[in-house]
Design a protein around this ligand. Structure first.
Ligand code: URA
Length: 210
């Protein structure tokens, strides 16, 4: 991927995102929509994976058929909201390896605090897709990618549902080598670090915890 930021304008993505933003959308529908959008974003983010061919025999004749090259890709979810995106991508790429980074945002400083880290082996030879629905301040995404790079990953992409300009700028400064794929680039962050107009707290809406 050459672009630092890709906003997926596909009508299905935009329509589903509008339904998710609506405050009256139920937890059940929100989760279902997130799963559906994550399939479409995953389709986009994996578009340029390197290909090779393998020799197979169809019932008619032998052929050199296309296959994705290299090791199974790694998906790394930033807990807990990342898991909503992860579930959908795993339906599309069920053989992917999966890691988790546990970070919470200190409500006072908005800085990320790490409480869990477990990622697949041999990250240096895998495409690594980091998932978190909301790229807000960018603090937790940058911190998660710092850790993932320390674990060996060199080919990283970041997938989110909504991005704020502040988060995109922070990512570009800290990790200019990590392309971002999102469904929308919103206006700004409010004083509490929430994306405006946004969709509220993605974790709470996904899990019904508010
Ligand atoms: N995290 C969320 O869940 N929502 C926001 O708007 C920002 C960060």
């Amino acid at each position: 991927m050459t672009e630092h930021l890709t906003v997926v304008q596909h009508p299905l993505v935009q329509h589903k995102l509008t339904l998710m933003r609506d405050k009256d959308t139920s937890t059940k529908s929100f989760r279902q929509l997130l799963r559906e959008i994550s399939l479409l974003l995953a389709y986009e983010i994996t578009r340029e994976m390197p290909m090779t061919t393998t020799r197979i025999e169809t019932p008619i004749e032998p052929m050199d058929a296309p296959m994705i090259e290299g090791k199974k890709l790694a998906l790394v979810s930033i807990l807990r909201a990342g898991n909503g995106l992860l579930d959908g991508i795993l339906e599309l790429i069920p053989a992917a390896r999966v890691g988790f980074v546990g970070l919470y945002r200190d409500p006072e400083t908005l800085q990320p605090v790490q409480y869990y880290f477990k990622v697949p082996s041999e990250l240096s030879s895998r495409l690594t897709i980091v998932v978190d629905p909301m790229l807000a301040t960018g603090n937790s995404s940058v911190a998660a990618i710092d850790l993932i790079k320390q674990a060996g990953a060199t080919n990283i992409r970041f997938m989110c549902l909504l991005a704020a300009p502040e988060g995109v700028a922070r990512m570009k400064e800290a990790h200019p080598d990590v392309p971002i794929v999102t469904a929308a680039l919103d206006s700004h962050l409010n004083d509490h670090g929430y994306i405006v107009p946004g969709l509220g707290d993605a974790g709470d809406r996904m899990y019904g915890t508010k």
